[in-house]
Design a protein. Structure first.
Length: 155
């Protein structure tokens, strides 16, 4: 073919796949937000929310046994302590937000390890209770466990 008879092919958008995936992801996130509510933020953001919630609760605490004057003084003291605590905590959270994310991930891993240990122990307990015994045989004890059986004491 000569150059005069060649027709240009359809124009292909190099980023079409990326755009389609981003649109699908945004739609899925919107669907999940509508179904389950907003996703939790980073560990640092969640810690800030916790500090704010505790500060709000402490500011609203009223001691019914105190008089009106003492109540006002106590409220001012609580508000002062809350302000001081916030002024100390918030900069630490801002500077070290990635540390809190790592701590949250480590906590999740520890929880998964604990859950795994507990599930393994529970399965051994339930299996031991379901084993049929022939009449005249004594109940199984720890000394009768299979070789390699291990005892995990979580107390």
């Amino acid at each position: 073919m000569s150059d005069a008879t060649e027709q240009p092919g359809p124009r292909v958008d190099a980023d079409a796949w990326e755009k389609a995936c981003a649109e699908d992801l945004a739609a899925e996130k919107a669907r999940r937000r509508a179904e389950h509510g907003p996703q939790p933020g980073t560990a640092a953001e969640e810690l800030k929310k916790l500090v704010d919630a505790v500060a709000d609760k402490l500011s609203g605490v009223q001691a019914p046994f105190l008089g009106a004057v003492a109540q006002g003084t106590a409220e001012q003291a609580v508000k002062q302590v809350v302000r001081q605590a916030r002024s100390v905590v918030e900069p630490v959270i801002e500077r070290n937000s990635d540390v809190f994310d790592h701590l949250a991930a480590a906590g999740s891993e520890l929880l998964a390890a604990y859950r795994s240990a507990v599930e393994g122990q529970e399965s051994r307990w339930t299996q031991r209770g379901q084993e049929p015994r022939t009449p005249g045989t004594p109940p199984r004890g720890p000394e009768d466990e299979a070789p390699g059986g291990e005892h995990i004491d979580l107390d």
